[in-house]
Design a protein around this ligand. Sequence first.
Ligand code: KIV
Ligand code: NA
Length: 266
Amino acid sequence: RKKVRIHHFREMKARGEKITMLTAYDFPTAKLFDEAGVDVLLVGDSLGDNILGHHNTGVVTLDEMIPMARAVSRGAQKAFVVADLPFGTYEVSPQQAVESAIRMMKEAQPHAIKFEGGRRVAAQVKAVVDAGIPFVGHLGFTPQSENMLGGRRIQGRGEGAYEDMLADALALQEAGACMIVLEMVISPVAEKLTAALDIPTIGIGAGPHTDGQVLVWLDALGMGDWSPSFSKHFGEVGKAMREAAAAYVGEVKGKTFPAANHTFDE
Ligand code: KIV
Ligand code: NA
């Protein structure tokens, strides 16, 4: 398997090969997913909720994200690593976006940066790309603006919704984005956007017609207490960890661990 590079995404779209993306937030998980053949590892700002235990997507900081993104970059051999910029680190101006993106690139060494929004951040996207930093867009349900969207609501419904999202997607493509994540978008709209764009779309809760799929790994591998209806458990890692930890507790309490073969004599 070759190292995944930015030019491969359009090639994969052109030949109809689906692009696979999973979130990753640390070194061992990044290494496992890379070995499993995942094309893109996303250090999402979802790490705030999923790993740090925040109860709101908006509060995670660049200082919290950088060490984890650095760990993922170290764990990835072949996969393309994308790191999110958290809420409050790019909205103010193109200069703020470039400064935050450069900090992330220098300190954590991902291959690309992602942040949310369409036309409203097109100037930021262009500035980041002009600085030599690959950019991934994110449209549809955008958790950082959940309050503005009125909650976790499915996007793309209603008159003009497709045209509106297309204008955002084209603005991102025009500004130099290399891919666009579509989150919780009705399938027919995601399909039409995918056909209208030269760059690949990566769906999450956006149906089967996008150029690739992304899931939060805790949802996909059965790690969390809750997962969204559009996700699927491809494994039961949480159950396996709970059982392994309980087995350890049982053996230590029951005095069967450590046994002779785990023990240094003399
Ligand atoms: O932060 C994240 O995990 C994401 C994905 C849901 C696309 O942005
Ligand atoms: Na995110």
